[in-house]
Design a protein around this ligand. Structure first.
Ligand SMILES: Cc1cc2nc3c(=O)[nH]c(=O)nc-3n(C[C@H](O)[C@H](O)[C@H](O)COP(=O)(O)OP(=O)(O)OC[C@H]3O[C@@H](n4cnc5c(N)ncnc54)[C@H](O)[C@@H]3O)c2cc1C
Length: 445
């Protein structure tokens, strides 16, 4: 793909119908879909791709979106096939495997795990091939909104590599800036999640001991005393390993990230055993508490998609799917608003409701994952009234439609609360510890 050089654009070329901030999965998806619909789209990223990004495990429900974008065959070339999610607990001496083929929707029985540098670059190239103008090494620094209904342009101020500045004009702005949360920060509407707080430390290993046969690509989630680990096998033989922990544990770090990561691995016997002969490819990376949500995701002439609006937690590998799903829904909203700005309030409301519903469905379980009650239920699954299939469907990303999944997820909640009642002191301790962790985390930042 020939790279476009923004510095050589003429003043007349510095306008578009839709301007997209960020070229991660959300930005490339909405950019490609709007360009495909014939819209004049410009997409910029502050860095050049391929670039490192964490978040390597995709969900089965990503499949229809990737097929719609026309990148499914290419994805199969770069991805490691994942048929199941496995949950391990040393304390219970138990591992359970949830095969995606047992979900209610049989059309998407597997997913892939990817190096995000390759995946995001593939999506960026696809976006450009659909006709969007893609510029890398360009940071959006500020924006002044015009009144869309009165045909006023929005002004977008850019800083290019080397420090030069540029002004663009657009009818609509899409914020797909990920955890930079470009608009939410400037609008002062970004809030720490008051129900959840975790932080992560991670790295890539060579020669980790993986499952064999068709189970090689399964993701493993292993609980340990301070949180849980992910173990994500990638196609080139590298394995991504990360620990998601309570922020208080991360704060206790008295050494460099790599030494702390290796000490943390030693606390989880399953992961330590798989890494006995493995070697870390580069120093470990640590992130702080990343759980947040912004007050709104749409308004006069703008939409936020993906992490630009909210991020909860990586435990169910839902981030990329939710980002691409909101971008897919968002493409239709932007197109319709440009056709008829008077429809905007109604379209924004529906978009908001749908996107929130998906995030909320994941969140209920995410908030309770550290609880011993959930651990017990996960490690002794029973498909009473299809509840286990519903949980597998959630793990596959089937969280937006009503039936047959959501009613059974409500039943799962009832089972959880009944179990919590039966083990009240344990459940209360877990709830109390979670509240304390969140309070400490919010006070510390
Ligand atoms: C520890 C951890 C583990 C995770 N594991 C998983 C996983 O296994 N599976 C999964 O699905 N998700 C995972 N996630 C979440 C996943 O990484 C994100 O949800 C996903 O990348 C969101 O995509 P996005 O397009 O919204 O944002 P991003 O992928 O972050 O893309 C945003 C882009 O915007 C650009 N940008 C930002 N600001 C500007 C600006 N001002 N001007 C121009 N460009 C800008 C950035 O350079 C970036 O390229 C994980 C997250 C964390 C923190």
């Amino acid at each position: 793909m020939p790279r476009l050089d923004i510095s050589t654009t003429s003043e007349a070329e510095r306008r578009c119908e839709v301007f997209v901030v960020g070229c991660g999965p959300a930005g490339s998806t909405i950019g490609a879909l709007l360009a495909q619909q014939g819209r004049d789209v410009a997409v910029v990223d502050r860095v050049r791709h391929p670039r490192f990004h964490i978040g390597e495990s995709l969900l089965p429900l990503n499949t229809p979106i990737l097929q719609q974008l026309g990148v499914w065959d290419e994805l199969k070339e770069i991805g490691m096939r994942k048929d199941a999610a496995e949950f391990e607990s040393h304390a219970h001496n138990k591992t359970v495997r949830f095969e995606f083929s047992t979900a209610f929707d049989k059309r998407w029985p597997h997913a892939f795990q990817v190096r995000r540098s390759e995946f995001d670059h593939m999506l960026l190239r696809n976006c450009a091939s659909k006709g969007a103008r893609v510029f890398e090494g360009v940071r959006v620094v500020s924006v002044e909104f015009g009144d869309l209904a009165r045909n006023q342009d929005t002004v977008v101020n850019l800083r290019l590599e080397g420090g030069a500045t540029q002004v663009w004009r657009t009818r609509f702005l899409v914020d797909a800036s990920g955890r930079d949360t470009f608009l939410a920060e400037r609008m002062g509407i970004k809030r720490k999640n008051r129900n959840h707080a975790t932080a992560a430390i991670f790295g890539h290993f060579r020669d980790a001991r993986r499952n064999t046969g068709s189970a090689e690509g399964n993701i493993t989630i292993a609980w340990f005393a301070h949180g849980w680990f992910w173990f994500i096998p990638l196609k080139d033989g590298t394995t991504s390993v990360g620990a998601v922990c309570r922020p208080a544990y991360m704060k206790s770090r008295a050494t460099d990230p790599t030494s702390f990561f290796m000490q943390t691995i030693a606390l989880c016997p399953e992961i330590a055993a798989r890494l006995t002969d493995a070697e870390l490819s580069e120093p470990a990376t640590a992130t702080g508490n990343y759980s947040y949500q912004s007050g709104r995701m749409a308004g006069e002439g703008y939409l936020m998609v993906g992490d630009a609006w909210a991020f909860v937690d990586p435990v169910f590998s839902s981030g990329v799917y939710l980002a691409m799903n909101s971008a897919t829904l968002g493409a239709d909203v932007v197109d319709a608003v440009l056709k008829d700005p008077a429809q905007a309030p109604q379209l924004y409301r529906e978009f908001d409701r749908t996107v929130r519903r998906g995030v909320r469905t994941f969140s209920w379980l995410i908030y309770r994952m550290p609880s011993p009650i959930i651990r017990r239920l996960f490690l002794a699954p029973r498909n009473v009234f299809g509840v286990q299939s519903a949980v597998v469907s959630l793990l596959a990303g089937d969280v937006f439609r009503w039936g047959p999944v959501r009613p059974r997820l409500y039943l799962f909640r009832v089972i959880y609360y009944l179990n919590a009642l039966g083990a009240l002191p344990t459940a209360f301790r877990a709830w109390h510890n979670r509240r304390r962790d969140i309070k400490v985390s919010i006070e510390q930042t």
